[in-house]
Design a protein around this ligand. Structure first.
Ligand code: ZN
Length: 442
């Protein structure tokens, strides 16, 4: 199927970002076939379907490098007693009960709703981290089916932890990694692990062996809270990153999520091993765990991406949160203007390339046809020179109108075409109170 996306402002991104007023993008099958002058494109592809993008700006689909689909049903849930007073209590009283209360249909609905949210926000690639100890085996297949139905791309993994049963979840990762193999460009697999403080050396070593043999990376939370660092220092006499490096977890495909409480030596290890760090500013603020040393990590040459940690699926909002947080945290109004967009626009694309083997994040001939088409009438001139100003202060509040992934239109005119949101949300509202009840009894 060939489609001409006409009359929009195209922002190509990539190494040499170009802002092209009134250019036409032609997609053919799953790829971008051409980009250029509207009349020439019409002449070259006369029988292609035409989609009018006037009054809109077209960017490559956004990428989220850390998400938790399974957190969906936490929204609006009350927890009896005093609010959790620290990070470990938040895990014990909320997340480690919620994941145990999820049944088969909850898992499916909990994936479908954020996937719809991804489509609504132009997010076309997600790296997810899943947990559901009571319904573990086969859970990644349920999510895979939902992802395929949604039509976006996702890398999936199951959170291994010694918290419920020793080495729980290893088999599910192993099975799914084998099933996915090298991947088909839509679904990829990683070895999921919770965090250093819930994993023994033996469990980590087993995970690393499986990941190495399959050529996939490990996806693990690292030093999110000071408690993770203290645990590692007390039990293993070394900081978290050192411990994980010693056990072989680091590497170019490995994703170390958060890295809030790390020192300079740990940063060096991350840089030397090419290990990926993913920053989740909203989540860190919500859990009051601290501020990732983002600017230092970038300065040291660490590849840092941007995720939501399950807080949502809107990547522009997350980007702006990173921008504001690091200005405030550094007491410096000169920083983060280029760095926050860099995480989202360049670094997330580089991370996705390592996981999917695809050149995402750039509108250019031959690249995957993943597009976010956003309502935007620039109130001031817009060019390559001032694009970031429009991104941070304008596009962040603009509405996505049309979302395209693998050349397929998933949403058009703000209507999600691939899933029945009303029915899925209604069913989720029906099941969530039952899940909350099971959770209270745990
Ligand atoms: Zn997380």
């Amino acid at each position: 199927m060939t489609t001409r996306f006409e009359n929009g402002i195209v922002v190509t991104l990539g190494e040499k970002n170009r802002v092209l007023w009134n250019a036409t993008i032609v997609t053919d099958g799953e790829s971008i076939a051409a980009l250029g002058d509207p009349a020439a494109m019409k002449q070259r592809y006369p029988s292609a379907d035409a989609v009018d993008c006037s009054g809109k700006i077209i960017l490559p689909g956004f990428i989220c490098t850390h998400h938790h689909f399974y957190s969906t049903m936490a929204r609006g849930m009350g927890i009896p007693g005093q609010p959790a007073s620290n990070f470990v209590e938040i895990l014990e009283r909320l997340w480690w009960k919620l994941d145990r209360a999820l049944d088969e249909e909850d898992i499916l609905l909990s994936a479908q709703l954020p996937l719809i949210d991804c489509i609504r926000n132009g997010t076309t690639t997600v790296i997810d981290h899943h947990a559901s100890p009571a319904m573990r085996d086969g859970s990644l297949d349920l999510i895979e089916n939902a992802v395929r139905q949604a039509g976006i791309r996702a890398s999936l993994c199951y959170e291994v932890s010694d918290r419920n049963i020793k080495r729980g979840g290893i088999a599910e990762n192993k099975r799914f990694i084998k099933k996915v193999g090298k991947g088909d460009g839509q679904i990829a697999a990683m070895m999921g692990m919770h965090a250093s403080f819930t994993l023994s050396d033996a469990t980590i070593e087993e995970c690393v062996d499986i990941a190495r043999e399959a050529g996939v990376g490990c996806h693990i939370h690292v030093a999110e809270d000071a408690a993770d660092r203290e645990d590692s220092l007390t039990k293993y006499k070394m900081p978290t990153v050192n411990r994980l490096h010693k056990l072989g977890v680091t590497g170019e495909k490995a994703i170390f999520v958060h890295c809030v409480h790390i020192d300079e030596d740990e940063m060096d290890i991350l840089a030397e091993t090419g290990t990926i760090v993913v920053h989740n500013p909203e989540s860190n603020m919500n859990n009051a765990v601290g501020v990732t040393p983002l600017l230092k990590l970038l300065k040291n040459g660490v590849l840092v991406g941007l995720g939501t940690d399950g807080m949502g699926s809107d990547m522009l909002v997350q980007m702006r949160c990173a921008y504001l947080l690091h200005r405030l945290a550094n007491h410096n109004p000169r920083v983060a203007f280029t760095e926050a967009p860099q995480l989202l626009l360049q670094n997330n694309a580089a991370i996705a390339k390592r996981q999917f083997g695809l050149k995402l994040g750039e509108i250019t001939e031959g690249h995957p046809a993943d597009l976010a088409i956003i309502d935007y009438q620039p109130p001031t001139p817009l060019s390559e020179a001032n694009f970031l100003g429009h991104l941070i202060f304008g596009l962040v509040d603009a509405t996505v109108d049309t979302t395209v992934c693998k050349g397929k239109i998933l949403m058009k005119g703000k209507q999600v075409l691939v899933m029945d949101e009303e029915r899925i949300a209604a069913r989720s509202r029906e099941l969530a109170p039952q899940m909350w009840k099971r959770l209270q009894e745990l």
